[in-house]
Design a binder for this molecule. Structure first.
Ligand SMILES: NC(=O)c1ccc[n+]([C@@H]2O[C@H](COP(=O)([O-])OP(=O)(O)OC[C@H]3O[C@@H](n4cnc5c(N)ncnc54)[C@H](OP(=O)(O)O)[C@@H]3O)[C@@H](O)[C@H]2O)c1
Length: 327
């Protein structure tokens, strides 16, 4: 496994991060343990989770996924082997203050995540998204204390606009606080503009680590979906239909499939390999509902796309002309 520096930090991670959002939702605890075992065995050393996972699932609640991971860490005694990333910001209860990015909630959230994860520290603590009701100075001050206290090693930001990120850097620099070292945006071959339009420039200029989520577009970039085929029976298919069932996305889907067929690879592997070929990406966060899916997806590290294949994929998924037409 060729490990990569996480942005400008001194820590190194594998080129694929294990996503855990489906643990406690699509995947029971027993299979979750097997997926985490297999990921670690195959050299994946960074896991991503969030305090709110998986509140939306039947018979679930915010914190359930972190609890599963915590039991696994304890049972397997693996905490030292992992770069553990979690997030805060989501609604944890009906209490109006048990959410967001206030100093009060930052201190509340870290304690609760550490307890559920059965650990003394978080390697990468990310804001899940921005909180417009809280000055960024307050949030960064609170996060800085966590780093000073050794509870957190690095901080990162998910679902953030480029201008907010740059503003946060000014605040960090002015006050001598740590800065966001990573970003976690959605990014895939069917969802490029959000990152490539402006964020890519900020990433490169400030040397940020990039761990994008939904690299398979929540499952759309698999052969379970096809233009004329039945819609897969999965809770994520409704979202996939709304977001991705467009002429352009089907053309991308079909190109990924054609290239995968020629290479005797899986569509998932081509979709992930295309992301890995981008020079500003550190490691996509891959979700898997089984050990088999995980092994399939990690196969992306074994294939490489040649120049022509990348050109075809870049062209079919190009967004610049569409954007220019709207300007
Ligand atoms: N920061 C954020 O706001 C945010 C948001 C979303 C996710 N995330 C993080 O990113 C991680 C990944 O996100 P994601 O789940 O959306 O990623 P994804 O890799 O785009 O989608 C994962 C889904 O694709 C399907 N899949 C995966 N491997 C497959 C395979 N080999 N064959 C067939 N189908 C396969 C499964 O769908 P089915 O369930 O339909 O079987 C799985 O749930 C999450 O676990 C979480 O850690 C962060």
């Amino acid at each position: 496994m060729e490990y990569r520096r996480l942005g400008s930090t001194g820590v190194k991670i594998a080129p694929i991060v294990l996503g855990t959002m489906q643990m406690g939702w699509r995947v029971e605890e027993e299979e979750s343990f097997k997926i985490m075992d297999k990921a670690l065995e195959l050299g994946i050393n960074c896991f991503d989770t969030a305090d709110v996972y998986s509140y939306w699932a039947d018979n679930s609640y915010p914190g359930k996924t972190e609890e599963i991971i915590g039991r696994w860490l304890k049972d397997r005694d693996t905490r030292d082997d992992l770069v553990l990333a979690t997030k805060l910001r989501g609604t944890m209860s009906d209490d109006i203050n048990n959410r967001g990015l206030s100093r009060r909630h930052v201190h509340q959230a870290i304690k609760a995540s550490l307890r559920r994860l059965q650990t003394d520290w978080i390697d990468l603590y990310q804001i899940h998204s921005f909180d417009n009701d809280v000055p960024i100075e307050e949030t960064l001050h609170a996060l800085n204390i966590l780093v000073d206290d050794g509870l957190v090693n690095y901080i990162g930001a998910s679902n953030i606009h480029p201008w907010m990120l740059v503003e946060s850097f000014w605040v960090s620099q002015k006050n001598g606080y740590v800065r966001f070292e990573t970003v976690q945006p959605p990014y895939s071959i069917v969802r490029r503009m959000l990152v490539e339009h402006q964020m890519e420039h900020v990433i490169k200029k400030y040397g940020l680590g990039v761990i994008p989520y939904s690299p398979l577009a929540g499952g759309f970039l698999t052969d379970r979906y096809s233009r004329d085929g039945p819609i897969p029976d999965t809770p994520r298919s409704e979202g996939a239909q709304k977001r991705y069932f467009t002429e352009k996305r089907w053309a991308i889907h079909e190109t990924v499939k054609e290239i995968a067929d020629v290479k005797e690879a899986k569509m998932t592997q081509v979709a992930i390999a295309w992301i890995l070929a981008k020079d500003f990406i550190t490691a996509p966060i891959v979700g898997a509902n089984s050990v088999e899916q995980l092994e399939d997806n990690l196969g992306a590290l074994e294939i490489s796309l040649d120049e022509d294949e990348i050109k075809r994929l870049d062209e079919v998924s190009d967004w610049v002309a569409d954007y220019e037409a709207l300007r």
